[in-house]
Ligand binder design. Structure first.
Ligand SMILES: Cc1cc2nc3c(=O)[nH]c(=O)nc-3n(C[C@H](O)[C@H](O)[C@H](O)COP(=O)(O)OP(=O)(O)OC[C@H]3O[C@@H](n4cnc5c(N)ncnc54)[C@H](O)[C@@H]3O)c2cc1C
Length: 453
């Protein structure tokens, strides 16, 4: 099979050749982090023809912002994003507030505020950061398969137009999402499996414009507030916040997956039915009905929420997994992309060119093992916490809900933890207070991997 110009190393170039599969949040951040660390030969392969952003918002937590700032791409994102002053947890059926948490303290405590923004802004800013760096080359419309691991990683690229070709590299990073081919190849090599699990949950993702909401004073108040609101009910919730300088109200839901139940594993997003959506939230309060009813017929997008069991390892030889490829999560802690970006930042530290200057597979493997040590347990803990948060927010009538609501009542009177974990100060300390790059430096020192950046 032919190779192509991607194989620069074969043409006498001695720089360390790094290939990244996937230009999602994890792949873009990884390319950027490695270029900032000083690498000069980074290729990103993406099967889509462009970044193809799903129109949706995303929470930009301080642990994500800190990294993006160090990578030089935060300012543009922050300029368009909305700073969250507070969050409100509300009973969906009555619109009665169960808990209210002020988030003003976050910036003081962690150096960055909690913000919410548009995915296009987050990915676009990282992409432009990458494009400015000559070290990074993108190959769009290029699907990766046939990964082999020894003596060096190698894989087949199938361009949408043109012939398949093989690429060899020093380091292969699989940032190819929950349906990851690179994960499947790695597990096969290890004689393991980790089938994608159906969580039984799906999400509607909706964006309403200010124009659509402005005629209804209650809805206008929502887009004008600096608040993340979660309306909870049995087995489902709606979370919403304004983005893009408050010109858009972003709404994301979670509910039992009925639409996709029969769909094959390959199906992740589909056009949702507005009638069905109105029924799913039929017992929610009239304001929610008015809000959902603003969505034009045919513009309901539904996502299937999938995860897989924790993997025994994220690393094999000179290959490692990144982001949803190794720690897909339910979105109930708003940390999926943030954790993919932490992966990227740690890779930037452990794979610093002078740490792996000898290009030996054993040196690269040692660096990747440090990456796994810093990242795996933390990411998997947050995956479990996100699932637990979903279970807790989705309780139906019964003892457990009574206990939860007592905790909400205590919060209302000014004391105690926040049942919605993403807004709880102790959980935030664990998530936002963790400087993954400093931890990676420390781990390198502990492992005798001393060369400084
Ligand atoms: C409803 C919902 C709300 C969320 N809210 C938040 C939030 O508020 N905050 C947050 O931090 N996270 C949030 N997340 C999670 C976040 O979106 C994901 O965790 C994150 O996008 C994962 O990034 P990734 O790069 O690992 O994977 P992906 O974004 O899936 O990117 C993988 C890329 O790889 C490409 N690819 C796949 N296979 C191949 C192949 N064989 N060859 C070439 N390319 C390939 C794909 O086309 C894709 O572009 C949310 C998720 C959902 C579903």
């Amino acid at each position: 099979m032919a190779t192509n110009g991607v194989n620069r190393a074969m043409n006498g170039d001695t720089s360390i050749k790094i290939c990244i599969v996937g230009a999602g949040m994890g792949g873009l951040a990884t390319a950027l982090a490695l270029a900032k660390a000083g690498h000069t030969d980074i290729a990103v392969f993406e099967m889509a023809s462009n970044l193809g952003f799903v129109g949706a918002g995303i929470q930009l937590a301080p642990n994500m912002a800190r990294i993006l700032d160090r990578l030089g791409v935060w300012k543009q994102i922050a300029d368009e994003a909305v700073q969250c002053a507070d969050t409100s947890i509300v009973e969906g059926s009555t619109n009665k507030e169960l808990g209210h948490v002020n988030l003003d303290y976050v910036q003081k405590a962690y150096g960055y505020p909690h913000m919410v923004g548009h995915r296009a802004s987050l990915a676009g800013s990282m992409y432009h950061g990458c494009k400015k760096d000559k070290a990074i080359t993108f190959f769009f419309s290029s699907s990766i398969s046939g990964v082999t691991f020894s003596p060096k990683p190698s894989f087949t690229v199938t361009p949408r137009e043109g012939k398949p070709y093989r690429v060899d590299c020093d380091i292969l990073l699989g940032a190819d999402g929950v349906k990851s081919n690179t994960r499947v190849a790695m597990l096969k090599e290890l004689g393991e499996t980790a089938d994608v699990q159906d969580t039984g949950q799906a999400a509607y993702r909706i964006m309403l414009t200010r124009d659509q909401m402005k005629h209804d004073p209650e809805l206008l108040a929502l887009i004008e507030a600096d608040t993340v609101t979660r309306w909870i009910g049995e087995k489902r919730h709606i979370i919403a916040y304004p983005i893009s300088n408050k010109t858009i109200y972003n709404i994301s839901t979670a509910q039992p997956d009925t639409n996709f139940a029969e769909a094959t594993n390959a199906t992740y997003t589909t056009k949702g039915s507005k009638t069905q959506m109105m029924q799913v939230y039929g017992d929610y309060c009239p304001m929610i009905h008015r809000m959902l009813d603003l969505v034009p017929d045919g513009e309901v997008c539904e996502w299937k929420l999938r995860v897989h069991a924790p993997l025994s390892t994220w690393v094999h030889g000179s290959m490692a997994l990144v982001g949803d490829a190794c720690h897909p999560t339910l979105p109930h802690l708003a940390q999926g992309a943030a954790q993919a970006i932490e992966d990227a930042a740690v890779l930037g530290v452990v794979l610093a060119p002078n740490r792996i200057a000898d290009r030996k597979p054993e040196t690269i493997n040692k660096a990747l093992k440090i990456y796994e040590k810093v990242r795996k347990e933390r990411a998997e803990t947050l995956v479990e916490l996100a699932a637990e948060n979903g279970r807790n927010m989705h309780l139906g009538e019964g003892k457990a809900k009574e206990e939860r609501d007592k905790v909400f009542a205590a919060l209302k009177s000014g004391k105690g933890p926040v049942p919605d974990k993403w807004a709880d100060a102790d959980v935030q300390r664990m998530i936002y207070g963790f400087d993954c790059m400093a931890e990676a430096e420390k781990a390198c020192m502990e492992e005798g991997f001393l060369a400084k950046l």
